[in-house]
Unconditional design. Sequence first.
Length: 446
Amino acid sequence: MKISLKNAAPFVPAGTLSTLAAATAAANELLESGKGAGNDFLGWVHLPSSISDDFLAEVQTVADDLRARCEVVIVAGIGGSYLGARAVNDALLSSFDAQTAKRKNPYVVYAGNNIGEDYLADLMEWLQDKQFGIINISKSGTTTETALAFRLLRTMLEKQVGKAEACKRIVAVTDRAKGALRSLSTQEGYRTFVIPDNVGGRFSVLTPVGLLPIAVAGGDIRALVRGAQEMEKATGVDVPYEQNPACQYAAMRNALYQFGKTTEIMVNYNPRLHYFAEWWKQLYGESEGKDRKGIFPASVDFTTDLHSMGQWIQDGQRTIFETVISIEHANREVIVPEDKDNLDGLNFLAGKRVDEVNKMAELGTRLAHVDGGVPNILIQFDRIDEYNLGQFIYFFERGCGISGYMLGVNPFNQPGVEAYKKNMFALLGKPGYEAESQAIRARIAE
Ligand code: PA5
């Protein structure tokens, strides 16, 4: 993995970056010493190096059992209990996985991440003639979206295959002792994995929250963890700023923020990375957006979105910067064919790989956007595979922890997420919300 700040540095006054570079060391040290805000949620910092082969084998065994029993596995979870697994699975699987009939792996589909009635009805209709299982993921065990989907799906599964077989096809990933999902699992006898107390949802992809669904989909979790372990070493407190990619990333984005760049756009040139940007947006948005501070994390898929958001990025308000995820080697090869009539005028590309065309689009766009006043951070990965994705995950986690401390917020809480829940429960008349219910109804009636 390589990071280049060459096209971002000219957008901040001389001296800014060296001041912030020093601040990254202090922030990184806080992650290590555990003396910063939210220090009871630092379990992710040394998580990769603490994962044993035996533990991975245990996860793999349960994954293999689900793979043998089910043609479809539903991953029910939301936010940090969903996005990491989806990001890795979508990056590794064929873009047409859902349409592939002859399969080595079960279909992995996702639920419990919305309250769309049509979505749930469509899913249950599709599942009617399928052998399915469920991985239900919720740290708190009480998240409405996930619990609601799980109630519907497990009821359906029990009707389809009976309680005993349903029990073998359900795995819960939740808190060690607390929450409704833990109690339900104990009562029903579901197999469970624990989300460690000191790892928050959005930092949990390298726990069974991500590892189990990734292994079920056929991903190599050992290689994923190996990549993360390498990046844990490469971003540690003993690695100086000049060699530490997480510190460099954190310094540059904070420098740009200080000078009015309040939106960071993650850019990819490979549609399989769409959900990686979704994962990243949650990680940074929920970690930094508080106390009326924080960079707004946005994302685009290029070149697709060059035909929609490209105009805004090139010429709109200059409050943005881009972080481009560049993949050096495509995994597949497609050569542009020669055409004797050349009516489409594309013979100048004949014999070239499609990836070369994509790379020139990427380079041309980067330069155009820099010329248009958009600072550009470039992050290069060798290819999309488990090892590189593991690096990618840990790099952005470490960068997030450092960045959040530099911004002066607690990157590990999310108090703002409760506001909508309080109103929703009040409106739905949840027991215990009587006073809120009265107040919100009076407000609406005004
Ligand atoms: O990062 C977070 O903490 C959140 O996004 C949670 O992961 C999300 O709200 C789901 O919570 P839970 O796992 O408790 O159902």
